[in-house]
Design a binder for this molecule. Structure first.
Ligand code: ZN
Length: 379
């Protein structure tokens, strides 16, 4: 026994990590954006050197509105319209995640946004998967093995979700683990895409839904009760359904609409269902602050939800826009909430248990990679 390794950015990088919520078009290297733009004749970038461009993305994303945050994607998506662009971005995503100590990653993107230069939906997915496989090989050769799973996203303001769900099922044998909807949440409730979710369920396929980020509890309730999602993308607004025990007593909620928790808080029926069913919450601390879903990191409900034993997971969302990676997200949580290695291990196992790959594969990563990795760090 040597005692625990001090928690630093460098030591957290060595810890095995799993990420479930990471957008391919939100994780490009600034230098790659510049090179791909030059290669495909895209001349709308707001900066001409990598440092300035990186700063621009972060500042634009810091605006506090989800709509402005989403604007930054016009530039990244613009350089991901060719086989070379898609393949390179996917390959580098795998390499960058692996170099950060991520051993399992689910990276999502919306194929329908990559058709501007004539690729078909199938071709878009094929080139992206080829990039992931190349990145896995390079990472393994560098001593950082990673398993990449691709999720296909449909844009919630558009009308192609059934087509994208079919695409996800068709590519399941080749490394697509599931389906998702993303984009502006207000005004585009999950039930707008009910046929796509019914298709996924009819095909015994997994999906997550961005819900409870910009919009509140009704969105989460629809995603669960009507759509039947396996996981919640963000879901931070589940706290709208968690009540202070004393306050609840002062202003009684209608009978039967809350249940007591051992902590003295009361959970509404939606929050209670999410916890009972172990519905994973794909929380993205930095991004949740940037989009205004929560006011600041120290006010992030991550810790409340962790203490109430919701199945919380740590995620990056958009590494470029948030200038982050898994290690930095974990370090921020450590600094804000005082977590230790065993907490980080629990969050990682939560993520791995919730992954859209077969059960034995999840167990193997937990037993052979994650637990031994943390055991060394715990000392
Ligand atoms: Zn997201």
């Amino acid at each position: 026994m040597t005692g625990p390794t001090p928690l630093t950015l460098a030591s957290i990088r060595r810890a095995p990590k799993a990420v479930l919520h990471d957008h391919l078009d939100g994780g490009l290297r600034p230098a790659t954006v510049l090179e791909l733009a030059a290669g495909c004749g895209y001349d709308q970038l707001p900066a001409t050197d990598a440092d300035a461009l990186g700063r621009w993305f972060r500042d634009a994303a810091d605006s506090g509105s989800l709509e402005r945050y989403l604007e930054t994607f016009a530039h990244t998506v613009a350089v991901m319209q060719t086989p070379e662009g898609l393949r390179r971005v996917a390959r580098e995503a795998a390499e960058d995640l692996a170099a950060d100590g991520v051993v399992y990653a689910e990276v999502r993107f919306a194929p329908e946004q990559h058709l501007e230069r004539g690729l078909t939906l199938d071709e878009v997915v094929e080139h992206t998967l080829a990039g992931f496989r190349e990145g896995e090989e390079i990472a393994a050769a560098a001593g950082n093995p990673i398993r990449m799973t691709c999720l296909l996203t449909a844009m919630r303001h558009a009308a192609r979700s059934l087509e994208i769900a079919e695409l996800a099922v068709r590519f399941r044998p080749r490394g697509v683990g599931g389906f998702d909807i993303a984009g502006a949440e207000a005004g585009y409730p999950p039930t707008r895409h009910l046929d796509a979710f019914e298709y996924m369920r009819a095909n015994n396929a997994h999906f997550t839904i961005h819900a409870g980020e910009a919009f509140g509890l009704p969105s989460i309730h629809e995603a669960l009760a009507f759509c039947g999602c396996d996981r919640l993308g963000h879901g931070v607004r589940i706290t709208d359904d968690i009540f202070d025990g004393a306050a609840a007593a002062a202003t009684p909620a209608p009978e039967g609409t809350t249940v007591p928790d051992h902590s003295g808080l009361r959970l509404g029926l939606v929050a209670n269902y999410v916890r009972d069913k172990r519905i994973p919450l794909e929380l993205c601390p930095s991004s949740n602050v940037q989009t205004g879903a929560v006011p600041s990191l120290d006010k992030h409900p991550f810790d409340l939800l962790a203490r109430l034993r919701f199945r919380v997971t740590v995620n990056t969302d958009n590494r470029l826009m948030s200038d982050t990676d898994m290690s930095r997200e974990m370090l921020k949580l450590v600094e804000t909430f005082g977590y230790g290695w065993s907490d980080l291990e629990r969050f990682t196992i939560n993520a791995m248990k919730s992954a859209f790959i077969p059960f034995p594969d999840r167990l193997r990563l937990i037993d052979e990679v994650i637990k031994p990795g943390y055991a060394v760090l715990i000392g």
